[in-house]
Write a protein that binds this ligand. Structure first.
Ligand code: NAP
Length: 490
């Protein structure tokens, strides 16, 4: 099979930037090395891009540090206007950006478009926030003296992003950082760097001053990131990715007492009570489980369903999920693309094999799809043993384990029985139960009678080992601002 299947795909890949973006210039990696970007639907190389060295990463931080000297005072209105122009350009080019995202990441075009809208919304939202950075003024409690506070941009930032949402995981950091007057180095995941490189070109076209955004791509993230994290010029790191890598980066960040945001893994419980609208719960489950093929930190990892409705829910979900068309994301009507790579597919397969070996029943799916690419069948499992690994590990694939419960207390205890705490979903039509359960769940976010929480104007983030810090909404802006207090002797 050819690496690309149509002329439109080839034209797009020819046009996308493949170099590093440092100090406003596109350049090859020092030493000239490149790394391949693969189409997960075929396993073929799409393009080669620059493979940055430690020196390149240091040059990117130097550029961000230099640019901060002026960008911190760049007029807020103009910072907002740059974001707004970039928003407009993203929306205008949605079709090309969606195709590019599908080629490198695999998700269906319709899902790539949904991500692009979501990603662009962070730029529109923070375009509006750039001119609303306020301090406060108050009279000391003694009556003598005054309290003045001001908000200032924190400084050069480092953003490390994952492959599952190649654009949105970048814009929800870049948007508030630009609005606040910060500069940055971005390192996208090696599997999906093309969307971020295309975004850098859009921000350049939108008039972002040189050096404010720098993008480095590399096959050796650990090696090129660690010197930056230990560099005193860096003032902020925001990481989205797995909890084990996040833990390592927190350790590195201790040296400079770096301000850090961590958007880490999840193990989202999806609770369905006996009083829920079961059809609405199925619709919510399809979104919470199958959006992004289950490769989302917010993906429902386990369905805890009241025993009186569990069998009916399982049948309905299996019928819907089993009908999903699996294929290359560029094909019509495909609802489930490939997983990102063989390692991810093997992990999903092992989790299903482990559950089945411990007694699980397969209602639909349960196997790899033969042929090229990393496809796995959408899967629904019941009769899950309490020691099945998929209850405690992040599945990151299209597998829905369904477990029954008998009491509300039991459901809450099961939901909280994890070191993660990103998001939970609750379906009930009983208002008092809804409040009780929402207050008892140990997560940063909850979808109440809905299967998705992502929203540019709302604070996204977790508790426990899902991390700390928030992205989106006014809370997302605070991550890039320092508060300075002036004690005034007046
Ligand atoms: P990952 O392996 O942790 O990688 C995330 C990013 O970190 C990539 O850019 C990766 O680069 C880089 N990286 C890996 N090792 C590093 C190191 N030693 N030093 C510096 N950077 C390093 O995670 P992933 O597999 O890409 O993404 C899936 C994970 O992200 C899941 O656990 C998911 O739950 C989580 N996630 C969380 C959120 C949230 O908001 N909470 C959102 C989306 C995803 P390379 O891959 O190029 O080496």
């Amino acid at each position: 099979m050819a690496a690309t299947e149509t002329q439109a795909e080839q034209t797009l890949l020819d046009a996308v930037p493949k170099q590093l973006f440092i100090g406003g210039a596109w350049r090859d990696a020092s030493g000239g090395a490149t790394l391949p970007v693969e189409d997960p639907a075929t396993g073929q190389t799409l393009v080669e891009i620059a493979d940055a060295t430690v020196d390149d990463a240091k040059a990117a931080l130097a550029a961000a540090d230099e640019a901060f000297k002026t960008f911190r005072n760049h007029p807020p209105r103009e910072r907002g206007d740059i974001l707004r122009r970039a928003y407009d350009l993203i929306i205008q080019r949605e079709d090309d950006l969606a195709l590019l995202m599908t080629l490198e990441m695999g998700k269906p075009i319709s899902e790539s478009k949904a991500e692009i809208t979501y990603a662009a919304n962070f730029f529109r939202w923070y375009a509006e926030e750039a001119v609303r950075i306020n301090g406060r003024f108050s009279v000391n409690e003694s009556g003598a003296g005054r309290v003045l506070t001001m908000k200032q941009p924190i400084g050069p930032c480092l953003f490390i992003t994952p492959w599952n949402f190649p654009l949105a995981m970048g814009t929800r950091k870049i948007g508030p950082a630009i609005a606040a007057g910060c500069t940055m180095v971005v390192k996208p995941a090696k599997q999906t760097p093309l969307s971020m490189l295309a975004l850098a070109a859009i921000l350049e076209e939108a008039g972002l001053p040189k050096g404010v955004l720098n993008v480095v791509t590399s096959h050796s993230s650990g090696e090129i990131m660690e010197p930056l994290i230990r560099d005193p010029r860096l003032r902020k790191m925001s990481f989205t990715g797995s909890t084990p890598v996040g833990r390592k980066l927190i350790e590195q960040s201790a040296e400079q007492v770096l301000k850090v945001s961590m958007e880490l893994g999840g193990n989202a419980p999806f609770l369905i009570f006996q009083d829920a609208d079961l059809d609405a719960a199925v619709e919510g489950a399809l979104i919470a489980k199958m959006r992004n093929g289950g490769e989302a930190c917010t993906s429902a990892n386990r369905f805890h369903v009241h025993e009186s409705v569990a069998a009916e829910f399982a049948q309905k979900l299996a019928a819907r999920i089993g009908a999903f068309k699996v294929g290359r994301g560029t094909e019509d009507d495909v609802k489930m693309g490939p997983l990102i790579d063989e390692a991810q597919r093997s992990k999903v397969a092992e989790l299903v094999e482990d559950a089945v070996a411990k007694g699980a029943s397969v209602l639909t799916g349960g196997s790899r799809v033969d042929g090229p690419g990393y496809f796995y069948e959408p899967t629904v499992l019941t009769d899950i043993s309490p020691d099945a690994d998929l209850l405690s590990e992040e599945i990151f694939g299209p597998v829905a384990p369904i477990i029954g419960f008998s009491t509300e207390e039991e459901a809450i205890a099961a939901a909280n029985d994890t070191e993660y705490g990103l998001v939970a979903y609750v379906f009930t039509n009983d208002l008092t139960r809804a409040f009780r359960v929402v207050e008892a769940l140990e997560t940063g976010m909850i979808g109440l009678n809905q299967g998705m929480v992502s929203n540019a104007g709302a604070p996204f983030g977790g508790v426990k080992q899902s991390g700390f810090g928030r992205e989106g909404g006014p809370e997302g802006m605070e991550e890039y601002l320092e508060t300075k207090y002036v004690a005034m002797n007046v």
